[in-house]
Design a binder for this molecule. Structure first.
Ligand code: SF4
Length: 356
């Protein structure tokens, strides 16, 4: 419904501080300005456009896959990117790319949302599944390993599945719906875990330029609350149920901490990202060298990529091999497994309920 009163000044209702004409309908989380819906849509979309232009995320003719989980972030990303592509003549070929982890009662439902988005936005959809790629569904993995470390398997497999799906679509770029809250959370978690290599990477708007397919985050400066508002006001069709295997408590605490900071000072989120960007990597810190996995040829800084290490554990009926101690292996395998393991890493959102 239109928020315009016949004469807002006479009714004493607050006017939008941007157009000074329509009635303010919301307080913008990023700036705390009271604005109307129309101005909100405009600033929200144009800020994303500016990020795309300033960072030269795309070039005309690019084929771009949008990592689509059916959640609010990727749904808004698909909608806004299609709009901007039309409005500003980016000249992009857009696709939806989804990963089916094989989680009954969760991913099967959210994929139905993506299938509707395919029709609503007229974007071709490609779905890749863990079962086809790895021979395992998350339901089967959880049956074997229980609810501890399941997200490690899922996060590692998803990362590679997206790259494999993007390769099938022959795209030039993969975009994900990581928003400013996710990135701030990841900065904090990488500091807490002392993961210097990933700390230096996680604030980059584009990553993987030396890998198979570069990934970028057009929502790097977009507040999660604004994404929710946008999806709500635009009545976008998205899926909001959490994964039934979601135990990511550590990440959850970091998220809550950032939300507390945001309540006191909304820009604290942007400040955390700025801090992450300003960290300098000491020259004595050894950074992993990029190579390829001896087994599957996927990019890896170790002999085997992490997915192959985890798969080896699963297929041998010893799932903990890939995530912790390597008992029960001969020396050759043990070394391979160890090399590929290391600490648990945080590339970004591990959880499908938080998009990709
Ligand atoms: Fe996968 Fe996320 Fe579910 Fe963990 S919570 S199993 S990462 S979808």
């Amino acid at each position: 419904m239109e928020e315009t009163d016949a004469n807002p000044r006479r009714t004493g209702r607050r006017l939008c501080c941007l157009c000074n004409h329509r009635r303010a309908a919301l307080k913008r989380p990023k700036t705390l300005e009271q604005i109307c819906r129309e101005c909100f849509y405009e600033v929200f979309e144009e800020e994303i456009h500016q990020v795309i232009v300033d960072n030269q995320l795309f070039k005309p003719g690019d084929r771009v896959a949008i990592g689509a989980s059916g959640g609010k972030d990727s749904t808004v990303l698909a909608y806004v990117l299609s709009e901007l592509n039309r409005r500003h003549n980016y000249g992009l070929d857009l696709f939806l790319l989804s990963v089916d982890e094989g989680i009954t009662g969760y991913r099967d439902d959210s994929l139905e949302t993506v299938k509707r988005n395919e029709i609503q936005y007229g974007l071709p959809l490609k779905i890749v599944s863990y079962k086809d790629l790895y021979g395992w569904t998350m339901d089967e993995i959880v049956k074997m390993i229980g609810l501890k470390n399941n997200c490690t398997f899922c996060g590692v497999f998803r990362r590679q599945a997206l790259d494999r799906g993007a390769a099938l679509l022959k795209v030039d770029k993969l975009v994900t719906g990581h928003n400013v809250d996710d990135i701030a959370e990841t900065v904090l978690l990488n500091i807490l875990r002392g993961d210097i290599a990933r700390l230096s990477r996680c604030t980059l708007i584009t990553t993987g330029e030396d890998g198979p397919i570069p990934r970028c985050k057009p929502f790097k400066y977009t507040f999660e609350k604004e994404i929710v508002m946008y999806a709500y006001f635009k009545r976008l069709d998205y899926f909001s149920t959490e994964c039934i295997y979601s135990p990511n408590a550590y990440r959850g605490f970091a998220r809550e901490f950032i939300k507390d900071l945001e309540r006191i000072r909304p820009r604290a989120i942007l400040d955390i990202i700025k801090s992450g960007e300003n960290f300098r990597i000491s020259t004595s810190t050894k950074m992993p060298e990029q190579g390829t996995c001896e087994r599957c040829s996927y990019i890896s800084s170790q002999k085997w990529c992490k997915a192959c290490v985890l798969l080896e554990g699963l297929n041998r009926g010893l799932p903990k091999l890939g995530i912790g101690r390597s008992r029960g292996l001969d020396n050759g395998h043990r070394n391979d497994i160890r090399q590929g393991t290391g600490t648990q890493h945080i590339e970004g959102k591990q959880c499908g309920s938080l998009d990709f």
